[in-house]
Each structure stands twice: as structure tokens, then as C-alpha cells.
Design a protein around this ligand. Sequence first.
Ligand SMILES: Cc1cc2nc3c(=O)[nH]c(=O)nc-3n(C[C@H](O)[C@H](O)[C@H](O)COP(=O)(O)O)c2cc1C
Length: 161
Amino acid sequence: MPSIDPNEFRRVLGHFPTGVTVVTGMNGAEPVGLTIGSFTSVSLDPPLVGFLPGRTSSSWEAMAPAGSFCVNVLGAGQGDTCWTFARSSDDGSRFDGLDWHTEATGAPVIDGSLAWIDCETEQVIEMGDHYFVLGAVKALGGADGDPLLFFRGGLGTFSPI
Ligand SMILES: Cc1cc2nc3c(=O)[nH]c(=O)nc-3n(C[C@H](O)[C@H](O)[C@H](O)COP(=O)(O)O)c2cc1C
């Protein structure tokens, strides 16, 4: 079998559009979070969701011990938040200027997000250079508005056809 070139893998997989989330958690008293596109609904009964952080993600490592996380689904007006939480080094300033509160688990819910899904970590499975993190949903909410979408390296929103 020929090996798959990583740049070609990224280029081709970039044709698959995703929503944009910021997965947040607590590191002691400090909120931490990172931008995640690999969020998915997993099960309705019981309610489970999942996402895939890289195995080198310092934010996942920081929030994992608390055993909970919140998936904040970004709206069309939150493009800056997407890039802030995707910057390569977290100097502790990602939450500057953001309002947030907690719901069931203590993980940060970013105010103004399109939806939020508050979870207790159920399972973490190593998968290649990522983990698959499975969460049991403890509380959730959503608001009206347009989503933020990621496609071929850029941001946009949804337009019906
Ligand atoms: C739209 C978008 C989607 C992303 N999705 C993921 C993802 O699913 N998993 C992941 O590990 N990184 C993803 N990233 C990259 C992380 O946000 C980025 O590596 C970030 O710096 C990680 O933060 P950390 O180093 O503090 O853990 C995504 C970035 C963007 C812009």
C-alpha cells in the first residue's frame, strides 16, 4: 500500500466542512479551552457526545483531571473566539474579554455561544495521534442564530439552497 502524504491528507480532509466548537474545562480555578472541529453526537440513550483532542494538546491535559468538559458551539459572530482558542501557545489569555458561567459540571459555558453541552468524561481512548474523549451529557442548551462553519481552512456560515 502506498503511504498517505500528510499534506494531501490535510488537503483532502479539508473538503469536509465542520461546525466549530470550543471545548472548555477547569484546571484548578483557571478556565482552559481549545478550538475543536471533531465534535460529534454519539448516542441519544444514554446521551453521549465525543471529540478528538491531539495527544500533545496542553489544554486537554490541563482539563482532563477535573473529569468534566463543556462543548461550546460557536455562532457566526464568534470567529475571533475560534482563532483565539486555536493559537499554538496558551499564555493564559484565551478567556480575556469573554464572559462565562458554569452549569451542571463546573466546566465553563461561554456566554453568547450558539449551544453548549456540559459533560462528565466517561471514557478516553487513544487513537493514533489523538484521543477520543467520550462524554456523558449532564446539561445542555441552545439559542437561535447562525452557526460558524470551517471549510478548507476558512470560516463561514450556513446558507440554505
Ligand atoms: C476550526 C478548527 C478546528 C480544530 N479542531 C481540532 C480538533 O478537532 N482536535 C484538535 O486536537 N485540534 C483541533 N484544532 C487545533 C487546536 O485548536 C489547536 O491545536 C490549539 O492550539 C490546541 O490548543 P492547546 O495546544 O492549548 O491544547 C482545530 C483548530 C481549528 C481552527
